[in-house]
Design a protein around this ligand. Sequence first.
Ligand code: UDP
Length: 237
Amino acid sequence: MKEKYLGVHVSPLSYEGIIEDLEGRMAHGRQSTIIAVNPEKVMAAQRDEQVKKLINSSTYQIADGIGILLAARLKGGNINSRVTGVDMMANLLKFAEEQGHPVYFYGAKEEVVTKAISNIRATHPAIPIAGYTNGYHKDEDALVRKIRDSGARIIFVALGSPKQELWIQRNMSKLPNVLVFQGVGGSFDVFSGTVKRAPELFRKYGIEWLYRLLSSPSRFKRQLNLPIFLMKVMRSR
Ligand code: UDP
């Protein structure tokens, strides 16, 4: 059962639960989309009905970040562990390697996406890589043809939000053989080693936001969404 925070759906499934569910859907040729939900996106959904629709029409809305967990605690919900975009991608890479599903990487700068792929090849030697394109490519139709011809079954789209979600929404019907679409934001930057993940201690206590704030103070404005979101959730029915 999905939970709802300020009208935005969140899936309570774990990484394993999602993979298991995905396997069933893939066996039936059904397409699935994975979107990361955080307070920033829930707040954007309050301002823009289209964003809300985009999130709620996804197959899996994963609780990326501590904000949704805090909201669940406030409201007595069942979501009690995070499913982050980057770890979801890691789980899907392992799944793709085990099952032999070809993977496509779309997004980020050329040197970032190529470095991410070479790191992934090193840790997943058997993974079938269908292809890649950096996120600054202009001809969308040509790109869609390239992806279609690549034989990809799983695609990671790393253009930032909501750009990546809009891209997926526009193009998924033109890519009937691609069965899994995940919008992964800055995850290629993490896999490439360009951006470091928060140290273990920060992750353990769910205070990655503090680490990010300390390492790039310009994110402060984005982070203001967290307290505002929690206040709104508290006031909501
Ligand atoms: N990006 C891209 N094309 C664009 C804009 C952004 O490929 O037109 C990439 C950018 O290089 C970066 C990622 O999208 O790798 C955005 O990461 P960010 O952390 O901003 O995304 P978030 O997860 O915060 O939405």
